[in-house]
Ligand binder design. Structure first.
Ligand code: TYM
Length: 335
C-alpha cells in the first residue's frame, strides 16, 4: 500500500487513575470503537502521565489493568487496534525530551489544565508543566492523523500541532500534524452535583460522576440526587438549565434518541420521571460493559494482549524516534 493509500492513523490515551466515568466514555472512549472499523488505531494507557501527581504503586498497576480491560469491555478489538501501556515503550519519554527542547515555557504555563492543577500549590511538580509535551510525544511518535478526545484536551492537541509545525518549519518535514476529533454530543459531560464543572475522576463527591463500573444502586443514587433547577420543565438550555441539559445530553447519547425527541417525550412530565428513565437507560447501557470487564480483568489473555500491543507499538515508535534523532543529529545515526 502506498503512503497516500494508507489508512488514517488514530492515537488516543486514557490515564490509569481510577474511576473511569461516563464523561470519559461519551467524550472519548466510544469514538475508539467506532474508528477502529476504518482506521489504523492505537490506544494507550498513559501511566507516565498519571505520575505527574502522586500515585500508590499497587493501585497504579491495578488501574492500568482496569483501563486496559475497559478498552476491551467497550469493544476495542485487539485484532483491529493496538492496545498498550505507555511506559512499555521507552520512545515516548525519549521523544518527549526532544520535544521539550522545541517548546517554550510561556506556552506551557498558559495551559489551562496546568493552571488549574497547580493552583493553590506553593510549588507545582515540573511533570505537571511538561504533561502536554509528553502528550505531544505520544501523538507524534505514531505519525497520528486523528486524535479522538473530549473537549478538555483541545488546548493540548493545539500544542501538539504547534510543536509539530514548528519542527517541520525549522527542520525538514519530520512530523504528521494531527487533528483532534470531538463528539458533537458528549464532548464535555458535566458533574452531576455541579453542572458548571466538568465530570472528573478526581472529584471528592462520588455522586458527581457515574463510573463505568458503578453498581445499580450507586447509579440510581447519583442520578436521582443530581442537581437540576426549580423551573420544572425539561428543555435544552445550557446557559439557564445546565443540569437538565447535561442529563439530556447523557440520555440522548446513551439511548440514541435526539435531544428534540426527548424534549417532546417528556413534555409536561416532571424531573422525577425523567431521572428514573435515565437511571434505567444508564444501567442497561453499562451492564454489558461491566459483564465483559469482569470476564477479562483477571485473565491471562489481558496480559498477552498488552504484551503484544507493546511489541507492535514499539516497532512503530523506534522507527519514528530514529527518524527524529537523524533530523537532530543525535547519536551515531541509523546506518
Ligand atoms: P483523561 O484520562 O483525563 O481522560 C480520558 C479521555 O476522556 C475525556 N474526558 C471527557 N470527555 C467528556 N466529558 C468529560 N467530563 C471528560 N473528562 C475527560 C478526555 O478528554 C480524554 O479524551 N491528557 C489525556 C490523556 C492522554 C492522551 C494522550 C489523549 C495522554 N496522551 C495522547 C490523547 C492522545 C487525559 O488526561 O485523559
Amino acid at each position: 500500500m502506498s503512503d497516500n493509500q494508507r489508512l488514517k492513523r488514530v492515537f488516543s490515551g486514557v490515564q490509569p487513575t481510577g474511576n473511569i466515568h461516563i464523561g470519559n466514555y461519551l467524550g472519548a472512549l466510544r469514538q475508539f470503537v467506532e474508528l477502529q472499523e476504518d482506521h489504523d488505531c492505537i490506544y494507550c494507557i498513559v501511566d507516565e502521565h498519571a505520575i505527574t501527581v502522586p500515585q500508590d504503586p499497587k493501585e497504579l498497576r491495578s488501574h492500568i489493568l482496569d483501563v486496559a480491560s475497559l478498552y476491551l469491555a467497550i469493544g476495542v478489538d485487539p485484532k483491529k487496534s493496538i492496545i498498550f501501556v505507555q511506559s512499555d515503550v521507552p520512545a515516548h519519554a525519549e521523544l518527549s525530551w526532544i520535544l521539550t527542547c522545541n517548546s517554550y515555557t510561556g506556552e506551557l504555563f498558559r495551559m489551562t489544565q496546568f493552571k488549574s492543577k497547580s493552583q493553590n500549590k506553593e510549588s507545582a511538580p515540573a511533570g505537571l508543566l511538561m504533561y502536554p509535551v509528553l502528550m505531544a510525544a505520544d501523538i507524534l511518535l505514531y505519525d497520528t492523523d486523528v486524535v479522538p478526545v473530549g473537549n478538555d484536551q483541545k488546548q493540548h492537541i493545539e500544542l501538539a500541532r504547534d510543536i509539530a509545525t514548528r519542527v517541520n518549519n525549522t527542520r525538514k518535514k519530520t512530523f504528521v500534524v494531527p487533528e483532534g476529533r470531538f463528539m458533537k454530543e458528549g464532548a464535555r459531560i458535566m458533574a452531576l452535583d455541579d453542572p458548571t464543572q466538568k465530570m472528573s475522576k478526581s472529584a471528592e463527591n462520588i455522586h458527581s460522576r457515574i463510573s463505568l463500573l458503578d453498581d445499580e444502586n450507586k447509579i440510581k443514587k447519583s442520578i436521582m440526587k443530581s442537581t437540576t433547577d426549580s423551573d420544572g420543565t425539561i428543555r435544552f438550555d445550557v446557559e439557564n438549565k445546565p443540569g437538565v441539559s447535561n442529563l439530556l445530553n447523557i440520555y440522548s447519547v446513551l439511548s440514541g434518541k435526539t435531544i428534540d425527541e426527548l424534549v417532546s417525550e417528556y413534555d409536561g412530565k416532571g424531573y422525577g420521571d425523567f431521572k428514573k428513565d435515565l437511571v434505567d437507560v444508564t444501567i442497561s447501557s453499562l451492564a454489558p460493559i461491566k459483564e465483559k470487564f469482569d470476564e477479562i480483568r483477571h485473565s491471562d489473555e489481558l496480559i498477552e494482549i498488552l504484551n503484544d500491543g507493546a511489541e507492535r507499538a514499539n516497532a512503530i515508535a523506534v522507527r519514528t524516534l530514529q527518524r527524529v534523532k537523524d533530523v537532530y543529529g543525535l547519536g551515531l545515526g541509523s546506518k
